[in-house]
Design a protein around this ligand. Sequence first.
Ligand code: FNR
Length: 185
Amino acid sequence: EKIQVGLFVGSLRKESFNKKIANHLISIAPEGYEYKIIEIGQLPFYNEDLEGDKLPDSYKSFRAEVEALDAVIFVTPEYNRSVPAVLKNAIDVASRPYGKGKWGKKPGAVISSSIGAIGGFGANHHLRQSLVFVDIPAMAQPEAYIGNAAKLFDEQGKLTNEDTAKFLKDYVAAFSEWVEKFVKK
Ligand code: FNR
């Protein structure tokens, strides 16, 4: 059975550069791994009043999807030097109810990408703060800050920048080593 890696994209935009990076990761998933995007845009804002009989179906199915994963990769833009609300919301939804969070112990990684030069550094590190609390051991190195994202893809959304392609190939190889410290299949 393949190791299941969920990709969480912090942008809902159809032409999102982060989504394009996630799709590239799917296309280069190493042997023995299945990478797939887990949708987060359908989740209503987290509200504790919804726990119990009012629990939205979308929360139920999202929590089950997260639970079934072996590992997670966040691929996110930076909004105002932090994590986009939609991604923070997804983390919150699967972190509750208290004591029954779904993230714990799943090895993870953070890739941030921006049209600017700093590559989403602020979002990358703010996200890591939440990952500590939900108990996702996040790979420290290599770090991934992908800048100038608008220049990396062709019209069809395919990654054409060779340096970035090489970087991501090495990145997923490093991530497999990280995952295999925690997951035995
Ligand atoms: C941005 N953008 C942005 N970029 C950045 O480098 N640092 C930032 O703090 C912000 N802040 C920000 C806030 C909001 C509300 C938006 C909509 C955008 C620009 C951002 O990098 C750009 O829109 C990317 O294209 C977003 O990623 P996707 O949607 O292409 O994946």
